[in-house]
Design a protein around this ligand. Sequence first.
Ligand code: 5GP
Length: 116
Amino acid sequence: MIDDVFCKIINKEISAEVVMEEKDWLAVKDIHPQAPVHVLIVPKKHIGGLGDVTDENAESVGKLFAAANKVADKLGLKEKGFRLIINQGEHGGQLVPHLHIHLLGGKPLGPKIVRD
Ligand code: 5GP
């Protein structure tokens, strides 16, 4: 059984602040926000990460971007803009092995890429 933290939130085994929800995805506030708005868009069907995206599940993954756009609209981020981030694997800094899009906004977000 897959029991990462997002599966537990989806199964209501642990609580989270839900911003928006549809049949196939959930948008929750990040527990450690890195910006005034920091929401995670999470597919309800478990996908381990970008490394598990295939032609077969690409359509449902694509809908997560539409979901992010809806959440951004609901939270009033569309005029000033926002940023989406997906971390993949160890070097990408992925901590939770369940695909999720970080939606960040509410202030100027600084450099797009942190350089050494
Ligand atoms: P990753 O590094 O995998 O891309 O991001 C995982 C994110 O999940 C982190 O930003 C972290 O703060 C968030 N997170 C971890 N545990 C929980 C939790 O129990 N609840 C919520 N809402 N967010 C969590």
